[in-house]
Design a binder for this molecule. Structure first.
Ligand code: HEM
Length: 415
């Protein structure tokens, strides 16, 4: 017996919306469509994740993320998160903080993420992507667009911003790849994850010590020098937030990039229009973000009893907003199921909303913009070279593998 009402019946009895396997296929899109229509907010009992309110419409999702006083983040922001890790990070790591701690930590991050700082990164980033795409074209072989392109770009950029020396990059990238990969629930994978995460923490502890001795012009140093409510961040807080930036920046952006390639493969008309009209790049970036919705959900905990839509929520209840569903809400997006690169307005929720709105949004946008600029210039067509494989996750939405070939543009100009 469920202890809340309404409960969710969309998708049929026995459906577990928190089951990562549901997201390997395409069935979740139908499940969410049905939920938006009949149960925009409903109580779900998940075998693996326990009970929670599930929110699938743009309007209700916005009400959850924009009211941190009603729905807090300090008790965790993802279903099935590691409780001990959340407890250790709560109030000290941006994404699991509320109120004054959150505001102060957010200010400590702002130097590197405001529009001007991010715009200054564009020329170097575009050169890096250009070199990478040219190398892939020269090889002339099929490649995995996730690993070889979509992961490589944000990894390079974040390592540059964090001042990771070239000699350390391969090892750190290996740690990160294992530490943040939760697609395998087995015990061996879990202990590999724990060990790799310890490696990431140890790496940033070393970098922090170096930065304190010889401050550089990098993000680790600037976090080390930041103050929160009049005191400097502790070493642990710096390291936790470096980890948060790696997690936030490297787990999501690749899904938008590889998802963009798949979208253009599946919508050749959109690719042709983008090739013809560079004026569409900015609206194409927003549509890619809406279409791919790399963050699958954000969770909150109710701080008080309240009403949301048809639901009476009690203090302590967990509330989960499914962003890809909000982004396909037919009441907000006309022809929501179509990939329209000239869609305007496009009030997607891919970066969440409210005070936790993605701190890296400008960075992600510039990464996508540079990628589109380079692809337009260098690539005539992207073609599939294997089946797209979706990631097994209820937290991240996107591809694990996408084998493609790229056809070079004969008259590709220089930057
Ligand atoms: C397409 C790429 C990205 C997507 C879809 C995305 C999505 C999101 C979403 C939905 C949130 C809100 C989480 C919540 O409400 O609990 C968030 C927060 C955050 N993101 Fe991103 N993100 C992206 C790129 C990045 C990048 C490039 C970085 C940094 C390098 C980053 C770092 C963060 C951090 C630190 C937070 C926590 C902000 C806070 O709590 O105030 N993200 N992101």
């Amino acid at each position: 017996m469920s202890r809340r009402s309404p409960t969710w019946t969309a998708g049929g009895a026995g459906l577990d919306i928190a089951d990562p396997l549901l997201y390997v296929g395409d069935r979740h899109l139908d499940v969410w469509r049905e939920a938006r229509r009949t149960h925009p907010i409903a109580w779900c009992e998940s075998e693996r994740a326990g009970g929670f309110w599930s929110v699938t419409t743009h309007r209700l999702g916005g009400q959850v993320v924009k009211h941190p006083g009603r729905f807090g983040s300090a008790l965790g922001m993802r279903l099935g998160g590691n409780e001990a890790a959340v407890k250790a990070a709560s109030g000290r790591m941006l994404v699991v903080s509320d109120g004054t701690e959150h505001r102060a930590l957010r200010a400590a991050h702002s130097t590197w993420f405001n529009g001007r700082a991010v715009a200054a990164l564009q020329p170097g980033l575009e050169r890096m992507i250009d070199d990478l795409v040219r190398t892939l074209l020269e090889r002339g072989e099929a490649f995995d667009a996730v690993r070889d392109l979509a992961v490589a770009i944000p990894t390079w950029l974040l390592f540059e911003m964090m001042g990771v020396p070239p000699g350390d990059r391969d090892e750190l990238a290996r740690f990160i790849a294992v530490a943040f990969d939760d697609t395998d629930p087995g015990p061996a994978a879990a202990s590999a994850r724990t060990a790799a995460h310890a490696g990431v923490f140890a790496y940033f502890a070393d970098r922090l010590e170096e930065g304190r001795n010889a401050p550089g012009d990098d993000m680790v140093t600037s976090l080390a020098q930041a103050t929160v409510n009049g005191r400097p961040l502790s070493d642990e807080e710096v390291i936790l937030n470096c980890d948060g930036l790696m997690n936030g920046g490297l787990e999501t952006t690749p899904h938008a990039m590889s998802g963009a390639l798949l979208a253009f493969i599946e919508h050749p008309g959109a690719w042709r229009r983008l090739k013809e009209d560079p004026g569409l790049i900015d609206s194409a970036v927003e549509e890619i973000l809406r279409w791919t919705s790399p963050a699958m959900h954000a969770m909150r905990t109710a701080m008080t009893d309240s009403t949301l839509g048809a639901a009476r929520i009690r203090e302590g209840d967990r509330v989960v907003v499914w962003f890809p569903s909000c982004n396909r809400d037919e009441e907000v997006f006309p022809e929501a199921g179509r990939f329209l690169i000239d869609r305007r307005p496009n009030p997607h929720m891919s970066f969440g909303g409210g005070p936790h709105y993605c701190v890296g949004a400008a960075l992600a946008r510039i990464e996508l913009r540079c990628l589109l600029r380079v692809l337009r210039r260098r690539v005539a067509a992207v073609e599939p070279a294997g089946e797209a494989v979706r990631q097994r996750s209820n937290f991240l939405n996107g591809l694990e593998r996408l084998e493609v070939t790229m056809v070079p543009e004969l008259h590709g100009e220089e930057i």
